[in-house]
Design a protein around this ligand. Sequence first.
Ligand SMILES: Nc1ncnc2c1ncn2[C@@H]1O[C@H](COP(=O)(O)OP(=O)(O)O)[C@@H](O)[C@H]1O
Ligand SMILES: [Mg+2]
Length: 265
Amino acid sequence: MRKIAVINQKGGVGKTTTTVNLGAGLARQGKKVLIIDLDPQANISTSLHTESLKSMHDFLIEGAELDECITRLGKDLDILKSKSNLTKAEMIMVGEASRETILKRKFEQIKGYDYVLIDCPPSMGLLSQNALLYAEEAIIPASCDVLGIDALKKMISNIQNLNSVFDANIRITKIIPTMYDRRNKICVKTLAEMQNLFYELVSDPIRVNSKLKEAPAAKKSIFAYDKSSRGAEDYGKLVKSVIRDEKRVGSMSKMDVKAAAVEAE
Ligand SMILES: Nc1ncnc2c1ncn2[C@@H]1O[C@H](COP(=O)(O)OP(=O)(O)O)[C@@H](O)[C@H]1O
Ligand SMILES: [Mg+2]
């Protein structure tokens, strides 16, 4: 079972869009997928149909069973949703022992999926730290602009810090350049810089595509909303490349992250 935190402490870089469409795309390839919404803004939960009454807060704080909090979205796609009361849960978690590894312990019972994808909040707070220490694999969407590359470097150094403080083995397996527009010089330059710094960790870019903005309003993935769109083409490619990584992820170590971070300095 691959557990992946989709993470970047910067907001608006495509974390939620990537989690939804990567999750839906993997499920379409026959992978059994659980999407976990770990952002109190609950954008995933509004982008897809989520009927369960209970959410992450109930599971973490109120002792609800995992099954009660999971909604089945399709044959191979489940979601554990969030609500704004997850902020309250985070405040309660702050007072608990070994607070950074609460999810690692509570999520031990998650089994039987090929992929668990976690949509993280736009901060490096306790929820994000918990997601990384549970998943031990990170995918970082980064927007193709100056602030985007800056956030990417900070994110890598945050992960490096977590690895050393908690003696963890969090590996970055993909950096996804998002909001790419080849007519924009800054975009082209930023993409080249990402590729120079992080080589094969960088996926093909996800181009700017208004269909990706429209799909959540229809509560659909890009594949269900418009399968001939550029968004569907780009996320389709990403899905295939994440599946190809299955072979090498096991052998990747946090050293790969370190090497990348050193170069980022
Ligand atoms: N490739 C894209 N092209 C156009 N709009 C996009 C693209 N990716 C994301 N968006 C839109 O940008 C906004 C921020 O994306 P989102 O995935 O919510 O970012 P995050 O979760 O990192 O805050 C949303 O309105 C989303 O629909
Ligand atoms: Mg989001």
